[in-house]
Design a protein around this ligand. Structure first.
Ligand code: NAD
Ligand code: UD1
Length: 342
């Protein structure tokens, strides 16, 4: 029998790609999502890609009884990948309570259910935001975490701590937190991808929407940073590569090859790219010209960060494989598909 995995937030951006990779690796997937930032059609598109329809339960994970009812019904779940969270950094500054309530209550309901219903394993979506602006680059897992810049970032740091303490206190449970750098791109089928609501905050969706003519111009936020071309540097990781890291983490937990019952890994490419390098790579790989303008810095942005991925490479045996050109082309193909552009 296939091992059954619960994917919370499985109709969202990273979750949907991970459901595809899990199904293709032979897992039976159950999605829970309340569709606050995604659409039910994603389930159809996952089925189009894999030929398998994942089970889907629509409810809010902050509702404790609903979570308990779910685990009472699905008794075969062997592991959870917990993606479900609110993730808009700017919005979290104006609505801190909503972010703390949603992200922390959902996590605690799930951990409580793991304990009470005997589910042994969880993989958690963390973020490189826990490092803030590090002093030394690239960042390793032993780089100290810095105080969070936003309530969203703080929910990630607090969630990591809650999971660590839960694993220490609870016999028979194990967790892996994956600290994602900047996920971008879409599935090569162009059937699933990132679907931001309203004006995108993140760079790549803004680029593809500008290329599609939905936005007039990309604003490049600052070229006076202490970097070779003056624009900030990030580690952009292909979403399919990132999704595969979750399959590896699940296998590690299921076969008991984890070295501690709470582990955490950086998931990036190990390579930093500046905003202008990314813009130029987009133009080169798609052949589409991009209208952009250098404007002032965006408040709260850090100057540069990229990952040391040695631990994930050596310990998980996982490595990012796709190059930036094919990743940006996949983002553009997805945008074209969504907009009906030939
Ligand atoms: P997303 O918004 O596309 O997906 C999250 C999903 O969770 C959505 O479908 C949403 O409807 C669902 N959800 C939220 N709250 C819920 C609740 N209370 N009950 C049920 N469902 C709920 O986001 P994503 O980009 O796929 O991110 C997935 C995870 O990865 C999040 O935890 C996010 O914080 C983390 N992360 C994302 C990035 C990034 O750049 N995208 C970077 C680092 C970490
Ligand atoms: C932000 C969050 C991070 C979160 C990530 C993905 C902050 C401080 N960090 O990361 O916690 O995990 O989003 O949701 O908010 N840029 C432009 N023009 C644009 C958009 C972006 O020049 O229109 C630049 C930014 O200045 C930045 C780079 O592009 O240098 C990447 O920005 P973005 O995609 O928003 O990601 P981060 O800021 O790295």
């Amino acid at each position: 029998m296939k091992n059954q995995i619960l994917v919370t937030g499985g109709t969202g951006y990273i979750g949907s790609h991970t459901v595809v990779e899990l199904q293709q690796a032979g897992f039976d997937v159950v999605i829970v999502d309340n569709l606050c930032n995604s659409k039910a059609e994603v389930v159809d598109n996952i089925e189009k890609i894999t030929g398998i329809r994942p089970q889907f339960e629509c409810f809010d994970l902050t509702e404790r009884q609903a979570v308990r009812d779910f685990f009472g019904k699905y008794k075969q779940i062997k592991a959870i990948i917990h993606f479900a969270a609110l993730k808009a950094v700017g919005e979290s500054v104006s609505k801190p309570l909503e972010y703390y309530r949603n992200n922390l209550t959902a996590l605690m309901n799930i951990l409580e259910a793991m304990r009470d219903f005997g589910v042994p394993n969880i993989v958690f979506s963390s973020s490189c935001t826990v490092y803030g602006q590090p002093e030394h680059l690239p960042v390793t897992e032993s780089t100290p975490r810095l105080p969070a810049e936003s309530p969203y970032g703080n929910t990630k740091a607090i969630s990591e701590d809650i999971i660590r303490d839960f694993c220490k206190a609870t016999q028979g449970v194990s967790a892996i937190a994956l600290r994602y750098f900047n996920p971008i791109g879409a599935h090569p089928s162009a059937l699933i991808g990132e679907a931001p609501v309203g004006v995108p905050n993140n760079l790549v969706p803004y680029i593809t929407q500008t290329a599609a003519g939905i936005r007039q111009q990309l604003s490049v936020f600052g070229n006076d940073y202490n970097t070779p071309d003056g624009t900030p540097i990030r580690d952009y990781i292909n979403v399919v590569d990132l999704s595969k890291a979750h399959v590896v983490a699940i296998n590690r937990l299921l076969n008991g090859s984890n070295k501690a019952n709470y582990e955490y890994f950086n998931i990036g490419t190990g390579r930093g790219l500046s905003v202008m390098e990314l813009v130029n790579a987009f133009i080169k790989s798609t052949g589409v010209d991009l209208n952009y303008k250098i404007v002032g810095r965006r408040a709260g942005d850090i100057e540069k960060i990229w990952a040391d991925t040695s631990l994930a490479n050596n310990e998980l045996g996982w490595k990012a494989e796709k190059n930036i050109e094919e990743t940006l082309l996949s983002a553009w193909n997805w945008e074209k598909n969504v907009r009906g552009i030939k």
